[in-house]
Design a binder for this molecule. Structure first.
Ligand code: F6R
Length: 586
């Protein structure tokens, strides 16, 4: 949701912090701020906008000092304003904090602190952490005690970094990510390795309910009960550093274009995990699969693959609905959780509900250092590298590849998977995008787009409509073809645009029939198919492939269409309004 970062070392802190925030901007980007400690003072600069815009106006990176903290925000409590941007100083200005997460009891705490004379400027829940730390420090004059007292009073999921009046950094973690980087010239604390990986690949992962104190004498970690804690330093993969746009105008286009390679690396080197997972699945009483957004659409595809090829029933469940789905999970059942980030609060909640009921968790994750991995019996890495564009693209196809491989194992190789052929077919679609650009131009001013598919192509219609919504802000809806006559046909007229997903498989004739019904109402029909037809006003050609593998091809032109339509509409495809890549709040 938000990104937090802290640095204490021998270099100038502000430029390091600004660079780290830029790299973590995918986590939230409505406002940004930095505070540094210099000459016995904490100085704060912040503003509304993206990192580089705000930096241009308020010169975040020119703050002096070798100790500092920084933040990019995705608003949850309080509007997007300069005052609500982080860092938040305490009322005396002797402590400042940056925070990610939600403080559930902030209203009560704020009232108590106001009664004690502490003042508040913002509408955020976060400011209460600054004044609470200040209050506890004023009482004890001890930074460690002030953090322990503070975390014992806070309720909710959070991670924060604080800079104190003597230049000490304090940070705490409760169900939100917090990672320490141990560099030659200094320490880093950040929501994501991307915040500091260009300076060091030596990292420490504090657990939940632990806090960190960093000063010029070094680094100490404690649990919330004040016991010292030791953690190993782990080397993270240098691939995290490879998060530049290179020759591409946007991360989103780069990530769409990487798919011929990423589908080949998906689920590689996970033989052992695949074996263990398929064994657990074969012996499970019941099988469930969950995810949010794009990852949930991958779960819907899994339902078709599991039942058709492995003859195993699997129930998909939207993660955010888990807490309202009473008594779904039970002992000896398995929940497969799919997540790119491994940090989505909704997914983690579904996992926690299932675990408490005695179900085992198998996760399919891109970020193998995430909370989801820690909460799973088995984790299978999708291995597509960092995905920075807020809209999930390459992670989706890589999740699908892992699911294909798992199902293939369960049906003893019945899928005859040939991902080299898929990779070549995707290359062909990517290299032939002029028709897609033409269609994108037409979409610029349309109010609604419908995406239609039957069977296994319906989840792709849902995923395609999600991409169009996110990137173009055009209302888009995925429709199962057969449902047209039960309602949606009433919407079709000459202003309607309908994308028809119609590969040459068992759904072909029925879907063509739906296309004809739509066309008869005057709507414009864009066919995504390996077979041309007069029904289509525009035909986007995809190569033919084995029946089960079409989903991996047909999503690519829709991703490109959403991207190019965003360019036509002059929206920012990497950072759609109101969204964040990693949704760590419920
Ligand atoms: C859509 C998108 C989101 C995510 C969702 C789950 O393009 O990116 O819908 O798919 O927030 O995120 P993860 O997979 O990280 O749990």
């Amino acid at each position: 949701m938000c990104s937090i970062i802290g640095y204490l070392g021998i270099s100038s802190a502000a430029p390091i912090i600004v660079k780290g925030l830029k790299r973590m901007e995918y986590r939230g980007y409505d406002s940004v701020g930095v505070a540094t400690f210099s000459k016995d003072h904490i100085n704060v600069r912040k503003g509304v906008g993206k990192v580089l815009e705000v930096n241009k106006t308020v010169k975040l990176d020119e703050l002096s000092g070798t100790i500092g903290i920084g933040h990019t925000r995705w608003a949850t409590h309080g509007m997007v304003t300069d005052i609500n941007a982080h860092p938040h100083p305490s009322s005396s200005g002797e402590v400042a904090i940056v925070h990610n997460g939600i403080i559930e009891n902030h209203e009560g705490l704020k009232k108590e602190l106001q009664e004690k004379g502490y003042t508040f400027k913002s509408q955020t829940d976060s400011e209460v952490i600054a004044n609470l730390l200040q209050y506890n420090y004023d009482k004890t004059k001890d930074i460690k005690k002030s953090i322990i007292d503070t975390v014992s009073q806070l309720k909710g999921n959070y991670a924060f970094v604080a800079v104190f009046q003597d230049g000490t950094l304090g940070a705490a973690r409760n169900h939100e990510p917090l990672i320490i980087g141990v560099g030659k010239d200094g320490y880093f604390i950040s929501s994501d390795v991307l915040g500091f990986v260009e300076y060091t690949d030596d990292v420490i992962y504090p657990d939940n309910r632990e806090f960190v104190i960093i000063d010029t004498s070094g680094l100490k970690i404690f649990d919330f009960e004040a016991n010292p804690v030791r953690h190993q330093i782990i080397k993270v993969s240098k691939e995290f550093a490879d998060s530049y746009k290179g020759e591409f105008a946007h991360f989103t286009l780069k990530e769409i274009s990487e798919q011929p390679t990423t589908i080949l690396s998906a689920g590689n080197s996970t033989q052992l995990e695949m074996d263990l997972a398929s064994d657990l699945i074969r012996h499970a009483k019941n099988l469930y699969i969950t995810g949010s957004g794009t990852s949930y659409n991958a779960a819907l595809i899994a339902k078709f693959l599991f039942s058709k090829y492995a003859k195993i029933k699997i129930d998909p469940l939207i993660s955010s609905e888990a807490r309202f789905s009473h008594d779904v999970f039970e002992e000896n059942s398995i929940l497969i959780a799919i997540s790119q980030s491994g940090e989505s609060a909704d997914v983690l909640e579904a996992v926690s509900i299932a675990s408490k009921a005695g179900s085992k968790i198998i996760s399919i994750v891109n970020m193998m250092t995430s909370s989801l991995v820690h909460q799973s019996a088995i984790s299978i890495g999708v291995n597509c590298g960092p995905e920075i564009g807020v809209a999930a693209t390459k992670s989706f196809t890589s999740q699908l590849v892992v699911l294909y491989k798992l199902v293939d194992k369960l049906c003893n190789g019945c899928l005859e998977l040939d991902f080299t052929k898929v990779s070549e077919a995707i290359k062909k679609i990517l290299s032939n995008d002029s028709k897609i650009r033409d269609v994108a131009r037409l979409l610029k001013d349309v109010p609604d787009i419908y995406v239609l598919g039957r069977g296994i192509h319906y989840p792709i219609a849902s995923e395609g409509s999600l991409k169009l919504k996110e990137l173009t802000y055009i209302h888009a809806e995925g429709l199962p073809g057969g449902e047209l006559k039960h309602g949606p046909l009433a919407l079709m007229d000459s202003d309607s645009f309908v994308l028809i997903i119609n590969p040459n498989d068992s759904t072909y004739n029925d879907t063509l029939m739906s296309a004809k019904q739509i066309k008869a109402r005057g709507a414009r029909v864009i066919g995504i198919s390996d077979i041309p037809s007069d029904v289509y006003d525009y035909w986007i050609d995809i190569p033919s492939i084995g029946e089960s593998l079409y989903p991996l091809l047909e999503i690519i032109p829709i991703q490109l269409l959403a991207y190019y339509a965003a360019i036509e509409k002059d929206t920012d495809p990497d950072y759609p309004r109101n969204l964040a890549k990693s949704v760590t709040v419920k």
